[in-house]
Write a protein that binds this ligand. Structure first.
Ligand code: SF4
Ligand code: SF4
Length: 70
């Protein structure tokens, strides 16, 4: 199943747990700061790479990730 995620940058605290847990390596750290001063992460995926497994959303302590199935 293909999917995509939306990261709420305002909630992200830059802990990079999602980066470490995505089995496909689709979430990357950035050097961009959000309004709270945390480095945010970004979702980088070609069509079909994300399986909507929800691991990233489950592991995120800030509930900053929403997963959508397509
Ligand atoms: S839903 Fe799964 S495959 Fe998609 S970005 Fe999150 S951890 Fe990676
Ligand atoms: S797990 Fe959540 S808070 Fe941590 S870097 Fe990922 S989106 Fe941000």
């Amino acid at each position: 199943m293909a999917g995509k995620i939306v990261i709420n940058e305002g909630l992200c605290k830059g802990c990079i747990l999602c980066v470490e847990f995505c089995p496909r390596g689709l979430i990357k750290p950035t050097k961009e700061l959000n309004a709270k001063g945390y480095y945010v992460v970004v979702f980088e995926s070609d069509d079909g790479e994300c399986t909507a497994c929800t691991l990233c959303a489950v592991i995120c302590p800030e509930v900053a990730i929403e997963v959508y199935r397509e």
